[in-house]
Each structure stands twice: as structure tokens, then as C-alpha cells.
Design a protein around this ligand. Structure first.
Ligand code: MAN
Length: 355
């Protein structure tokens, strides 16, 4: 697969973003959803801010209270026998290592704007800042689907109640309408298809299962984008493969004459994240036609391999012009990068690898 990474990569790094909170540092500006708005490319950046700690043995956890609009910072010591601090993203209880009790940073969505798609100016303020009790640990990983002149933005809302997926709608990227939580915890990586199919809206989603089952991609339909049902399993993890640990939707599905092209992320149990492709039926998107054996993109560049959480390429959106897809993707849970790919080449690889 021929991928042209932008020469300017990484396009946006934490150093380019001024923290909104005093006493905090920006540790991530990544996993940005993408929109074409008027003559600009918008990246809906996930900005992660962390309370500064002068002592590496002191770990801090920010918690926002949307009712009082105040932030509380909890402090832990690395020697604390009850807690585990091995994963820099979170604080876990030693007796329950499969989940976290706090995150070490708080994320929200801030917009970066560009006329040429390569050079971005970052807004001074947040666009989506935690606004209800489901978001006290932050808002993460936005995806944006344009339907007519309305942009539907969905994202992960994180709180002690779990990680659910929420939806807002905007026409101007200044104000928005809150459409509530569309998928209950734990669910991530929701991707709304950009048009109705036989009178229904469709979305990919990724339940994260605890007692049985895997981190697989499901598909659901809806009459109104708010109530989702008719859930079906779509793409599972594959043993001994680059996507053996978890899979989740990446970009908004792209309509081609061969089917809907699904560009998704897959990771190993060791958390190496790549991007892959699948094709589903144009008339019945619950039917998988093809799936790539090999990833279409792997972490190769230094900025993809090294960072806050290395070996991660995580595409959340793209801009399509004729056959050329410009994909914007988060790298190493730290920064944003861009690259171009050919849709025809992805379809060719899918055909060759599905026999
Ligand atoms: C995972 C990672 C983190 C994220 C939490 C909560 O651990 O994706 O970056 O903050 O989930 O969504």
C-alpha cells in the first residue's frame, strides 16, 4: 500500500496547544475527528491536560464536577500499596487490574482549523468541554459525520459510571445541540454512516465486553440517529493477526461503487495499533464482502512509534477528493499526523486478500 505521509508530520503536537487550566500541561493533542467546513479542514482534537507534578513519585488525577464547574485534583504516591501506576494513562486498583479508577489527564475537544490541510491554527477555547455527569473524567476521540448542512459529532464520555458514547449536532462549530448518550457503557468508536440506507441510519459501534466475548465491531440502525437497535456483530478480532486484541471503527464509512469502505483500527493484546480495511454491502451494510489480511497502515515513523503511548496510528477521519483520501490520524496518543492514500489501491488490496 502506497502511503504518503505529510512532510510536516506531526502536524500538531502538545507543544502547539496552550493549556486551558492553570497548573496543567498539555500531554496530548491527538485522535481528532475531521470535518470539511466552508473552505477549511477542521480537526476536532482530543486535548489531554494533566496537572503538573514536580515529583515523579506523586501521581495526580483530575476530576471535573460539571454541576459546580470545578476541578478536583486527587494526589497519589507511587508507593501506595493499593494502587497500580504502570500504565501512564490511568490509576488502577491492584486487586482489579482490568479496569481503572482514575485517569491521569482530562480530555476535551478543541478545534484546529486549516485552509491548506497541512498548517493548522488551534482555537483558544474548547469546543466540547465536559457538560454533564457522564463526562467527569473527560470527553475523548470525536468522530464527525456530515449529513446535509448538519455535522453530527459523537465521542466517548468518561466517568466512574463507565465509558459511553454521546452525540451532539452543530451547523457552525460554535454552538451545539446535545442529543444525549446514544450507546450505553462500555462502548466506543461509534461511526455514523453519512446517509440513510433503505430508510435507516446505520452506525458502527464497539462494545467492550467483560464476562464473555471480545472487543469487536458491531453495527446498529436507527430511524432518527438517537435511538439505536437491530444490533448485529460485524467484524471480530482475528487470532494471530495484527488485529487480535481489539478492533474499532476509525473513519466515517466511505461510499464506493464496490460497497461501503470501512477503515478501522486493530490492535494486538500488547496495544500495537494499526489501520485496516473492510468492505460491506451498499444496500445491506450488515453484510461483510471483504476484509484486508494485512493492515493498510502500521506505525513506522518515529512520531508513530514513540510518544506518551507508543506504536499507535489511530485514524478518526478523512477528506476525500476524487480517489485521494487524506487521512488525519493520532500518533502515539500524543500528536496528530496526516497522510494520503488511494481508495482504488485499498479496494485492490481488499480484492486480492479476500479469496
Ligand atoms: C483507554 C485509553 C485511554 C482512555 C481510557 C478511557 O484506557 O484509550 O486513553 O482515556 O480508555 O476512555
Amino acid at each position: 500500500m502506497k502511503i504518503e505521509r505529510f512532510n510536516e508530520n506531526p502536524l500538531i503536537t502538545p507543544a502547539d496547544v496552550k493549556p486551558l487550566h492553570e497548573g496543567y500541561e498539555v500531554i496530548g493533542a491527538f485522535n481528532g475527528g475531521v470535518a470539511k467546513y466552508n473552505d477549511e479542514v477542521l480537526l476536532l482534537l482530543r486535548v489531554a491536560e494533566r496537572p503538573i507534578s514536580d515529583d515523579p513519585n506523586v501521581i495526580k488525577a483530575p476530576v471535573f464536577d460539571p454541576r459546580t464547574q470545578t476541578m478536583e485534583v486527587l494526589t497519589f504516591h507511587r508507593d501506595d500499596p493499593d494502587y497500580d501506576f504502570d500504565d501512564p494513562r490511568m490509576i488502577r486498583k491492584k486487586d482489579k487490574l482490568d479496569s481503572f479508577v482514575y485517569l491521569t489527564s482530562l480530555s476535551y475537544i478543541r478545534i484546529a482549523r486549516s485552509k491548506d490541510g497541512h498548517h493548522f491554527t488551534i482555537d483558544e477555547e474548547a469546543f466540547l468541554y465536559p457538560f454533564n455527569e457522564y463526562q467527569s473524567y473527560g470527553i475523548e476521540d470525536a468522530r464527525c459525520t456530515q449529513i446535509g448542512d448538519t455535522y453530527y459529532i459523537n465521542f466517548s464520555s468518561v466517568s466512574p459510571m463507565g465509558v459511553c458514547d454521546s452525540l451532539v449536532a452543530t451547523k457552525d462549530f460554535q454552538s451545539y445541540q446535545d442529543l444525549g448518550n446514544i450507546f450505553a457503557p462500555e462502548n466506543k468508536d461509534v461511526l455514523i454512516f453519512p446517509e440513510q440506507i433503505n430508510g435507516h441510519y446505520y452506525a458502527l459501534h464497539r462494545p467492550s465486553l467483560k464476562s464473555i466475548g471480545n472487543y469487536d465491531i458491531w453495527i446498529a440502525s436507527s430511524p432518527d440517529l438517537v435511538s439505536w437497535g437491530q444490533h448485529r456483530h460485524l467484524l471480530g478480532i482475528r487470532e494471530d493477526c495484527w488485529d487480535s486484541g481489539r478492533v474499532g471503527g476509525g473513519l466515517v464509512p466511505i461510499k464506493t461503487d464496490k460497497g461501503w469502505l470501512i477503515i478501522y483500527h486493530g490492535a494486538t493484546p500488547e496495544h500495537r495499533y494499526c489501520m485496516g480495511a473492510a468492505l460491506v454491502d451498499l444496500q445491506d451494510p450488515t453484510r461483510v464482502i471483504a476484509r484486508s489480511q494485512k493492515p493498510i497502515m502500521e506505525p513506522e515513523a518515529d512520531y508513530e512509534k514513540n510518544g506518551f503511548f507508543g506504536d499507535v496510528v489511530f485514524g478518526c477521519g478523512g477528506i476525500l477528493v476524487a480517489d485521494q483520501l487524506t487521512m488525519y490520524y493520532g500518533v502515539a496518543d500524543t500528536s496528530m499526523a496526516g497522510c494520503t492514500l488511494s481508495i482504488a489501491e485499498i479496494l485492490k488490496q481488499l480484492k486480492e486478500e479476500t479469496k
